[in-house]
Structure formats: C-alpha cells, structure tokens
Design a protein around this ligand. Structure first.
Ligand code: NAD
Ligand code: GLY
Length: 368
C-alpha cells in the first residue's frame, strides 16, 4: 500500500474555463504543504478560515495551518461536527458566527479541508457570507477529489431532503493532494471509485479500459495511476461544467447511475449505503435498462457490471428493498418532471444519452 513521499510535486494542472470565474485544479503528491504559495498565486491573502471536521483536523490541520501561516496568512480554524447529518443550517451558523466574530471581510477567504460534506458546506458559506467571499477546495476523499470539489455546486441539507438549500458558486482554486488518500478508509476510497467508473461510462472508453486493467493497483494506491485517473475525471467534469454550469440540461449527464442510487440511499435511510456504493448499484441498473431499451449491447452491460464488482462495489438491489418503494422515491426526486423520469442511459461505453421513462416502465425494468 502507498507510495514514497516525493517532496511536494505538482503532477498535473487543469483549468476549469468559465470566463472570469475560471480556476486551476492542481493535482500532486504532498502539495498541501504548498497551500500558502498556491493560494497566494490566485490572489488570496490575509485572513483565511479553514473549515474542517475533527477527523480531518487531527490528520491534516497542522500541515495546512503551517503552510498558510508560512506564507503570511492569518488562519482561523473552524471545526464542525462530523457527518452528513451535520451538513445543515446549524453548522452553517457556526461558520457565520466565527467569520463575523473574527471580522472576516469581502477579501478574506475560506478553505474547505475535507470530503464532500465539508466542501459543500464551506462553499455555501463562502457563497453567502457578505454576498460572496473567495474560497478554495482542498478535497480529502476520493469522491471529493474527482467530483464534489469541482463545478461549484454548494449547499446544505434540509430535514425534508438532501442539498435542498444551495448555490452555484465556483472556487478560486482546487488543490488535490493524493497523499491524503493514504488515511482514507478503504470503503470510502472504493465509494469514490464509483464516480470514476461513471466518467468512463459516460465519456471515456480509455479511462474505462484502464480501470478494467488496473483496478487492483488503483485500490492499492498506486500514486501515478491515482493521479492519472483523478486528472482524467476532473478534466471530464470540467468539460461538462464548462458546457452547462448551472445544470440547465447537459450537466445532468453526471447523474448516470444516480437516479436509482439516490432512491436506494433514501429508502434505506441513508445509513446502509455510502453514496458511491448506491451509485455502483445504480450504474448496473442503468446499464441493464440501457440494454433493454437497445441503447447498448449485452457486452457493454457485462463490462459495467464486472467493473463495478471488481472495484468492490455492490452491484445489486438487496432482497429486502421493495422495487415499488424505489420508484416512488424517484418520483419525488427533483429529476422527475411531467410524470416521467429523466434517466441517463449508456449508449455504449464512453457515450451517454438522456431518456425519459414512466414509473411503470422503470418498475418493469427493475423487476426484469
Ligand atoms: P464525507 O465528506 O462525509 O467524508 C467521508 C468520511 O471520510 C468522513 O468521515 C470524513 O471525516 C472522512 N475523511 C475525509 N477525508 C479523510 C482522509 N483523508 N482520511 C481519513 N478520513 C477522511 O463524504 P464524501 O463522500 O467525501 O462526500 C459526500 C458529500 O458530498 C455528500 O454530502 C454529497 O451530497 C456531496 N456531493 C457533492 C457534490 C457536488 O457536486 N457538490 C457531488 C457529489 C457529492
Ligand atoms: N455531482 C454532479 C454535479 O456536480 O453536477
């Protein structure tokens, strides 16, 4: 497991091109220690709040703090309670209180140090405090590195549903340090791989092929491979976001496997499956539906099912989950419109298309 530290090398830099809201994504090994220099490069200085949680703070707060202080930043650490259940307005208030208490101004910054929970919440705090302050994403889970830190979707949950309160607000910089993945529990790492597999299915047959060939090495944290698949994933996400930043239509292609996945998470009370695990099941079901509808062939379906299993993700709906409940949950999901539900279908590995299905058709497909 693991790799030898090689200083703090930037292995790849990408750009999300959104006019005056464009920003770099730096990917490297050990580059958290260069946070001060990299934040300065995008125009940040002065006060910076590091929003994080106790688990991540114990592992990486000192390193981040030291790197920023060395470059002259005045750091305010803000520790929030851990877990999806604390991605809420109460935690958001904690952030606002500290920013106001420490007299943060329009040019002061926020740095999200953590997984998607911290990234979404800190990003929304940045979008709303003083009508918007600059922020930086330092994602520490694989899921956050390949998905949630890029693209500017920020927000918190409401007790009636996930991510109901939020804003599109782009960061000034995404700093991806693959070295932090060494401490990530394997189950979380594997859950993040679901999103990487998704990018292969919707956009990139070469990425899909690499995952088929190299999955064992990736799960074993091969640094070159990790950096490569993260960079490829971020590049695909950046291209989608550049085409449709506010999800008027095309950005929904990123939801491949998520319609069934979200429903599975909801009907099992958000406790049984990690998001990526539910997406693993959802991708296999979406591939099966794509085959039933004639968009892809049996070989594509088999490759998707095999890769999901090879990654160590679940690939089937548990026997005690009622298909009817899943379909009902999809109907109340925000993707439902006009009685039919928008699905992302696989039109062959590397190609996606949208297709609308009636609830009865989905039920039939899931029970097939
Ligand atoms: P998470 O943020 O809950 O992190 C998972 C766990 O890993 C937590 O317990 C965390 O403390 C721990 N952790 C984080 N980094 C670690 C490290 N390096 N070493 C050891 N432990 C570490 O989960 P997640 O999967 O990263 O994010 C899920 C959230 O992301 C959800 O709220 C979801 O809605 C959101 N999301 C947002 C987008 C978007 O586009 N904004 C996309 C996908 C998901
Ligand atoms: N994770 C889906 C999106 O960013 O649109």
């Amino acid at each position: 497991m693991g790799w030898r530290a090689r200083g703090s090398e930037i292995m790849e830099t990408l750009t999300v091109n959104l006019g005056d809201r464009s920003y770099p994504i730096h990917i490297g090994d050990g580059i958290l220690s260069r946070a001060g220099e990299l934040l300065t490069q995008v125009g940040l200085r002065g006060k910076i709040a590091i929003v994080t949680n106790p688990t991540v703070a114990q592992l990486y707060l000192d390193q981040a703090n030291e790197a920023l202080t060395r470059s002259g930043f005045a750091v305010t650490p803000i520790l929030l309670l851990e877990g999806e259940e604390h991605k809420d307005l109460k935690s958001l208030s904690v952030v606002y209180d500290r920013l106001i208490g420490d007299r943060f101004e329009r040019k002061s910054g926020i740095l999200a140090l953590g997984g998607g929970v911290i990234g979404d919440l800190a990003g929304f705090a940045a979008a709303t405090y003083l009508r918007g302050v600059p922020y930086v994403q330092v994602p520490t889970t694989l899921l956050a590195q390949v998905d949630s830190s890029v693209g500017g979707k920020t927000g918190v949950n409401h007790h009636d549903g996930k991510n109901l309160i939020g804003a599109f607000y782009q960061p000034k910089l995404v700093l991806i340090d693959i070295a932090v993945l060494k401490t990530l529990p394997r189950r979380e790492l594997v859950a993040g791989l679901a999103e990487v597999i998704k990018y292969g299915i919707i956009d990139d047959p070469a990425l899909f092929g690499r995952l088929e060939k190299e999955m064992q090495k990736i799960v074993g944290l091969d640094r070159e491979l990790l950096a490569r698949i993260i960079a490829t994933s971020c590049a695909i996400k950046a291209r989608v976001v550049e085409k449709d930043e506010r999800e008027d239509d095309y950005r929904a292609v990123l939801n491949f496997g998520h319609t069934v996945g979200h429903a599975l998470e909801a009907v099992t009370g958000y406790t049984r499956f990690l998001h990526g695990e539910a997406v693993g099941v959802g991708m296999v079901k979406a591939a099966a539906m794509s085959m039933q509808q004639g968009f892809c062939d049996e070989k594509d379906f088999a490759r998707i099912q095999d890769l999901v299993k090879k990654a160590g993700l679940p690939s089937d709906i548990p026997g005690d989950v009622r298909m009817q409940d899943l379909v009902q949950s999809m109907e109340v999901d925000k993707k439902a419109g006009g009685g039919r539900i928008k699905f992302v279908m696989c039109a062959g590995i590397g190609k996606a298309r949208f297709h609308w299905l009636a609830p009865g058709e989905i039920l039939g497909a899931l029970e097939a």
